[in-house]
Design a protein around this ligand. Structure first.
Ligand SMILES: NC(=O)c1ccc[n+]([C@@H]2O[C@H](COP(=O)([O-])OP(=O)(O)OC[C@H]3O[C@@H](n4cnc5c(N)ncnc54)[C@H](OP(=O)(O)O)[C@@H]3O)[C@@H](O)[C@H]2O)c1
Length: 292
């Protein structure tokens, strides 16, 4: 046991992201050799510092990978119609393969409505209703990035998922719900017995305590405490809340004293999410170029 009392094996996301991004880089080289420059467009509405920072990170990553990254910055006063026009322009642009609208957008705008305007094949977040439908039916399409990143993270670290009891705390549209669909699919890195708990299940600890793999997807800081974890279980922290730049995870650090393996507080699920965004973008570019 270390001085902090930590016993659990750490499951960092960095090496997973590196592997995924190396594959993406190979695909970019092949696309460029075929005369196609993959392009991931970004849209920022308003002047939120954190959102501008996330866009910069993604643009830097895009440049490193050899993507073009056209960017539109709209003022905070933008109308829903103006936002839709930008997305329609990107839809019509054959040289743009993926489009990302940085979340959150100002409160007077409806993110879900804007998402529905986007061409589902350019939806690199994988959250368009058509893509959620494809996921539910097991059809090919961009996968929601955080759920796909969690599946990749478990596979990379050799955590068996098939046949095991997975409990997800949270049924939100970006994380819990699509993750449940993904991990229940009939594939070697999924194929789990998945249970989803939420505010409608008052005694949710009864379920989390029996989980072999517990995934926090609530966005409630510290909601998962050691008494909610089965000794030796694998714990994945997906849910986070930001207070300014301070990251407050769902999983309390002390859970590492009970878990067998756990994602680190920083550098767990986050890096895999970004990597999956670029994977979705390069797959979209390959498909648009008729390469697969
Ligand atoms: N790490 C990353 O890269 C990444 C990416 C995407 C999202 N996230 C994080 O993932 C989290 C979930 O995102 P989302 O959009 O899917 O969330 P969401 O729509 O806010 O859903 C939260 C879910 O948690 C449940 N919940 C909240 N408080 C609870 C409580 N006290 N007891 C039991 N259940 C509770 C809610 O239950 P009800 O349905 O009953 O209300 C809901 O199903 C957020 O923290 C988000 O920041 C992280």
């Amino acid at each position: 046991m270390s001085s902090s009392g930590t016993t659990a094996r750490l499951l960092p996301g960095g090496p997973v992201a590196e592997r995924v991004l190396a594959e993406v880089a190979d695909d970019v080289v092949a696309l460029r050799a075929a005369g196609v420059t993959p392009a991931l467009a970004t849209v920022l509405v308003g002047d939120d510092d954190a959102s501008a920072g996330y866009i910069r990170i993604k643009q830097r990553q895009a440049a490193e990978l050899g993507f073009a990254s056209p960017h539109v910055h709209l003022p905070a006063s933008t109308s829903q119609a103006d936002l839709h026009r930008v997305l329609e322009d990107f839809n019509a642009d054959k040289d743009v393969h993926g489009v990302l609208v940085q979340y959150p957008i100002p409160g007077h705008l409806d993110y879900d409505r804007a998402l529905q305007v986007l061409d589902p094949d350019k939806d690199v977040d994988g959250l368009h209703p058509v893509n959620m439908g494809r996921l539910a039916l097991g059809l090919p399409g961009p996968l929601p990035c955080t759920p796909a990143g969690i599946e990749a993270l478990l596979a990379f670290h050799g955590v068996p998922v098939a046949g095991r009891e997975v409990v997800i705390l949270g049924r939100g549209a970006t994380l819990g719900r699509p993750l449940a669909m993904l991990l229940a699919q009939k594939r070697p890195t999924a194929n789990a017995a998945v249970t989803v708990v939420h505010t409608g299940v008052a005694d949710w600890p009864r379920y989390t305590r029996r989980a072999e793999i517990l995934i926090a997807a609530a966005g409630v800081p510290g909601i998962i405490q050691p008494e909610h974890v089965r000794p030796g279980a694998v714990v994945v922290g997906g849910g986070v809340r930001y207070e300014g730049r301070r990251l407050l995870p769902d999983v309390d650090e002390s859970c590492a004293e009970v878990a067998g393996a756990i994602t680190p507080r920083v550098g767990g699920v986050g890096p895999t999410t970004v990597a999956m965004l670029f994977r979705n973008a390069v797959v979209a570019a390959r498909r648009a170029a008729g390469l697969g």
